[in-house]
Design a binder for this molecule. Sequence first.
Ligand code: S3P
Length: 170
Amino acid sequence: MEGHQHIALNGFMGVGKTSIGKQLALQMHRPFIDTDEEISSQMIMPITDIFSIHGESFFRELEEKTVITACNQQQRAILSLGGGAFLSEKARAHCFAHTFVVSLHMSFEKWYARMTPFMDSRPLLQQKTLFELRNLYEERQLIYRDCHFQLCVDELTINEAVMEIGRAYE
Ligand code: S3P
């Protein structure tokens, strides 16, 4: 995949973009950039506070800028995108031009079982019914389908996922 300087991991909240991305970065000797972490340190507050104090559209504007800046950086990196990054057409197009876009997929059942204890850590998952969570999950699958490589992580360990991504990128 020459021409794509970075690898960007996309997918629904909690599918493992950060843990897989960190491991991939270690193995490929590349810097790791988590767009949520960048936004959080820029604002000096957690993502949940940015949503509750400034609102989602403020967060989305920052997210778009952060994704574009990460794509434009010189050194080849591993990027972990927030699950809603591709809601911005501009951020999506920029990622496609500069990164090898990997979508991590997890079945709803597996995801729900895994995320149940952590729902409060994501503003969009807080106090949602099972029906609402499933709707959000389904709606989002459309933006994750758009990628260079899709990997189902249901049955994979972090290391197995890293190996698969490395192979697809070569
Ligand atoms: C969001 C995903 C989160 C974070 C924010 C919104 C989304 O990132 O950016 O809570 O809209 O899917 P993770 O996918 O890293 O959890």
